[in-house]
Design a binder for this molecule. Sequence first.
Ligand SMILES: Nc1ncnc2c1ncn2[C@@H]1O[C@H](COP(=O)(O)OP(=O)(O)O)[C@@H](O)[C@H]1O
Ligand SMILES: O=P(O)(O)O[C@H]1O[C@H](CO)[C@@H](O[C@H]2O[C@H](CO)[C@@H](O)[C@H](O)[C@H]2O)[C@H](O)[C@H]1O
Length: 459
Amino acid sequence: MTPVTEAVTPSASTTLDSLTPLLRAWLPRQRWFAGKGRPVTGFTPVAVTQLLPRGGRLDLFHVLLRVHQPPESAHPGDCYQLLIGAREALPPRLAPALIGHVTRGPLAGRTVYDALYDRRPAEVLLEALRTRARVGGLRFERDPRQEIRPHLVARMLAAEQSNSSVVYGDTFILKLFRRVVPGVNPDLELPQALAREGCPRVPAPTAWLRAELAEQPYVLAVLQPFVSGAADGWELALRELAKGEDFTAEARALGRATAEVHTALARALPTVTLGRAQLGPMVDGMTERLTAAVQAVPALGPYERGLRSAYTALAELAAGGRTWTAQRIHGDLHLGQCLRAPSGDWSLIDFEGEPARPPAERRLPQPTVRDIAGMLRSFDYAACSVSSAPARWAHDCRAAYCSGYAEVSGRDPRTDPVLLRAFETDKAVYEVVYEARHRPDWLPVPLSAIRRLAVSDPH
Ligand SMILES: Nc1ncnc2c1ncn2[C@@H]1O[C@H](COP(=O)(O)OP(=O)(O)O)[C@@H](O)[C@H]1O
Ligand SMILES: O=P(O)(O)O[C@H]1O[C@H](CO)[C@@H](O[C@H]2O[C@H](CO)[C@@H](O)[C@H](O)[C@H]2O)[C@H](O)[C@H]1O
């Protein structure tokens, strides 16, 4: 394994300049690119770190890149993390990772590509974490109580999601965050807190990559144990649905696992009471998201009034003196975030929160019902995407999930229908925007829930 070299060079920045036209075409096509639909008007390199000595068969750059998109006044531009490799030519197996052929600058004549798809560069990252390397502004750190064996073989996970993940020898998985923001990253913070509590439902972080840039801290990647042979809840649900099989036992186990995680988070981190004063801004947030969603997706228009009633009903309860407890939660819980190991045990992953929400908001204490609403929506999603789904499948799973949750926590979410409807509505509105932006073919799925939520009266 080639050791990571100690270098952050101004010339690396010049190198990046010559890639600008290629990146301008490549970036917006990536699943994780959050600024879809708006033109890219320019780039500013935030940090360019050379990870291997220049001039070898492979050049390797760790890049943080600010992407400018209109309206500039409203937003300084998102910052993305890239691992860029440059070779004389790409072997066919790396064709999907192609960024383009460079025609000018220090890399002229070379082919640049997304190096996370390539074994050797991915292994350079693991080696750096194993040896706790420091390269320029990058800090590769590891939990001193956890060992990383050398020479684990890397493979990129095929499923492209909000971020990119690499598996090492079926032992670890490294998630490299694509859109990065300064500050505490809940995807490291919460699993670490849960590990301290001894909660076995979440893989404990083994190592992580930090950076200190312009006096701001960033968490750029997290390595955690890989749950080998696991299936995620979404795959399992679809498989059982296709066979016409019952899924309520798993739904109940998922409810129990969610409650275990919530209970441990409430022990590990502060909880607060939400009364009228705190609930007001929360309901305002829901209302604002609805208004923005209606503008972005006009198909929501006819349901706006009905959906709004879910939020006003909640505000009325608060005005009448009701209070709720809020705590740190998962923030984007759905079946795809739940892994079932071959032993049958469930783990929850991906504590980053909803990728579209502002980072500070994602770390606010919330009613646990928000996560529960996410899972309830997910059972509905599964049923809607299989045409042969039995009519009561989603209903039965949702009931079993709530029962499992109540068994562990002592609180059945169905006893607070107004709160549940408000959070389910907020989630469905989020999903409408998410699908319109990323997977327009899926739009009918959350829209069918919107129709139900716009008319349902929980009383
Ligand atoms: N600890 C783990 N063990 C096994 N597979 C995992 C683990 N963590 C994540 N995965 C797999 O990687 C995928 C992406 O991880 P996730 O944290 O959801 O990333 P993203 O933020 O990109 O959605 C998951 O859907 C799951 O299949
Ligand atoms: O997993 P991510 O953090 O990338 O979450 C985003 O993408 C999800 C889709 O992959 C999206 O989830 C929606 O689709 C799921 C089926 O693919 C379904 O199970 C979820 O209930 C539904 O919300 C998620 O909302 C988004 O944040």
